[in-house]
Design a protein around this ligand. Structure first.
Ligand code: HEC
Length: 115
């Protein structure tokens, strides 16, 4: 008798646990970043942990700190591609942003290629 009751309770709590788990599992992480290669640690790390939304948040915060009024100062387009101007990385560095050191030769102001 008792064992049967415990089994029933275990089954109920078990299915409850499964239900809550799958419910929380439906919450999806934000979309991945558009760029696949990153030159800045700031954006790379944000993209890695929280996708494009996190990158946007970190960019916004950084822009605020630097007193930048417009995202278009560096981006020719905003969501979803966030195309960069040719001098976006130069501007980024001049404002104190850190680039990821490239392996081998140190080229802090590597020319930003099309994408
Ligand atoms: C000083 C130049 C500069 C300004 C101003 C700027 N950005 Fe950026 N942004 C960059 C650079 C450079 C990258 C690419 C970083 C990399 O390659 O690691 C980037 C990347 C991004 C990305 C990642 C795009 C992706 O999906 O790959 C987002 C999102 C973004 N910026 C949003 C914004 C927003 C929103 C603003 C305005 C609040 C803004 N940026 C203003 C320089 C700038």
């Amino acid at each position: 008798m008792k064992i049967g009751l415990i089994a029933v309770i275990a089954t109920i709590t078990g299915s409850l646990a499964v239900a809550t788990f799958s419910a929380s599992g439906t919450a999806e992480a934000g979309d991945a970043c558009h760029h696949k290669e990153f030159k800045t640690e700031m954006v790379r790390d944000a993209c890695k942990t929280g996708g494009q939304k996190a990158a946007k948040d970190v960019m916004k915060k950084w822009n605020k700190e630097k007193g930048i009024k417009s995202c278009n100062q560096c981006h020719t387009k905003l969501a979803p591609t966030y195309d960069l101007k040719a001098d976006a990385f130069d501007q980024f560095v001049k404002l104190g942003g850190k680039l990821i050191p490239t392996k081998g030769a140190k080229t802090p102001l590597a020319p930003a290629k099309g994408k």
